[in-house]
Design a protein around this ligand. Structure first.
Ligand SMILES: Nc1ncnc2c1ncn2[C@@H]1O[C@H](COP(=O)(O)OP(=O)(O)O)[C@@H](O)[C@H]1O
Ligand SMILES: CC(=O)N[C@@H](CCC(=O)OP(=O)(O)O)C(=O)O
Length: 296
């Protein structure tokens, strides 16, 4: 019996081999946010998974959020949180808190990565002029210092990757006048994945994946081509935070990222399950021309 268990373990490792070969040296962007970020145990596991991806030869980049933590600090100082169409209304004091909180989250992720024996460098989009933005309006409405990514300069990120560091980036950028802006972390991840020509972009979120019918979890979609994703968006069955997320996925694939994944960050080791098993979990968004390799 014991031997059988050992063989099973070996089988799991061998199943990972083609994926390790396929992604060796390839850039993988992980957008990390939501519940998986608030729960300390899940957080440790996510970082362990990314450390493992790095140590088997992938080139991971983490783009993180921290929306829940920003809101909790805004409440602590007696201010009000306001969102319009999924974006935080960011006046000057809110920007100040968001930058402080995201900076702290950033360093805590770096610290965890270092404790797993992987060198990490935490930056914001300000460092090395990485993220340049224009002011973003929400349906014509002024929502303060919220940035629309205009340009990503991948120079610093490439330097870090070439020197064996895992870059950890928080979603803050500057406009042409060097004012500070708050960026939705999904938008930042999508722009960064495109700029570094990532092989994959994985969004860790608070739901299993994309549902055909959001009221019926049995309608989870495991693979969506771009035309299918566009059709689903126009069906009106995608709402809330999934709407901008799916639009970002389409943008990323259309700009050259081979595959985008929406994964349930509440599942322990979801990244390993997605990257190293034949079935994969969550929803994959892929170019319609690409072979659906889970079915090969
Ligand atoms: N068709 C759908 N499939 C999956 N989720 C959906 C769908 N339509 C709306 N949603 C909502 O979108 C949410 C995910 O977006 P969001 O909360 O913004 O994620 P995050 O905070 O991780 O960026 C889900 O929790 C769900 O309530
Ligand atoms: C403009 C805007 O809304 N910015 C986000 C940035 C953080 C974020 O996106 O965090 P999650 O990915 O954890 O939601 C915010 O202030 O909440």
């Amino acid at each position: 019996m014991e031997m059988e268990l050992w063989l099973e373990k070996a089988q799991v490792l061998i199943e990972a081999l083609p994926y390790i070969q396929k992604f060796n040296g390839k850039i993988i962007v992980v957008k990390y946010g939501g519940s998986a970020m608030v729960d300390e145990e899940l957080k440790k596991n996510v970082i362990k998974d990314v450390a493992l991806l790095k140590l088997v030869g992938f080139k991971p980049i983490i783009v993180h959020g921290g929306g829940k933590e920003i809101s909790s600090w805004i409440a602590k100082v007696g201010m009000e949180t306001k969102f319009v169409n999924g974006l935080r209304v960011t006046d000057a004091p809110t920007m100040e808190i968001a930058e402080m909180v995201l900076g702290r989250v950033n360093k805590s992720l770096v610290q965890l990565m270092q404790s797993n024996g992987v060198k990490a460098v935490g930056i914001s989009g300000k460092d090395g002029g990485t993220i340049k933005v224009d002011k973003k309006l929400s349906n014509g409405q002024d929502i303060g210092f919220v940035g629309d990514v205009k340009e990503v300069d991948a120079g610093l990120l490439n330097t870090l990757l070439e020197n064996d560091f895992v870059p950890v980036i928080c979603p803050i950028g500057t406009d042409d006048l060097y004012n500070t802006y708050n960026i939705n972390a999904d938008d930042a991840a999508c722009a960064i994945a495109t700029a570094v020509k990532a092989e994959k972009l994985a969004f860790l979120t608070d739901i299993e994946g994309v549902y055909r019918d959001p009221k019926d979890p049995s309608t989870l979609i495991s693979e969506l081509t771009i035309p299918e994703a566009k059709e689903l968006l126009s069906s009106g069955n995608v709402g809330g935070g999934m709407l901008p997320k799916l639009n970002n996925c389409i943008d990323a694939v259309e700009s050259g990222v081979s595959r985008v994944h929406i994964l349930d960050g509440r599942i322990e080791h979801c990244l390993l399950l997605e990257f190293f098993t034949n079935k994969g979990i969550g929803t994959a968004i892929l170019n319609s021309l690409e072979k659906r390799y889970y079915h090969e």
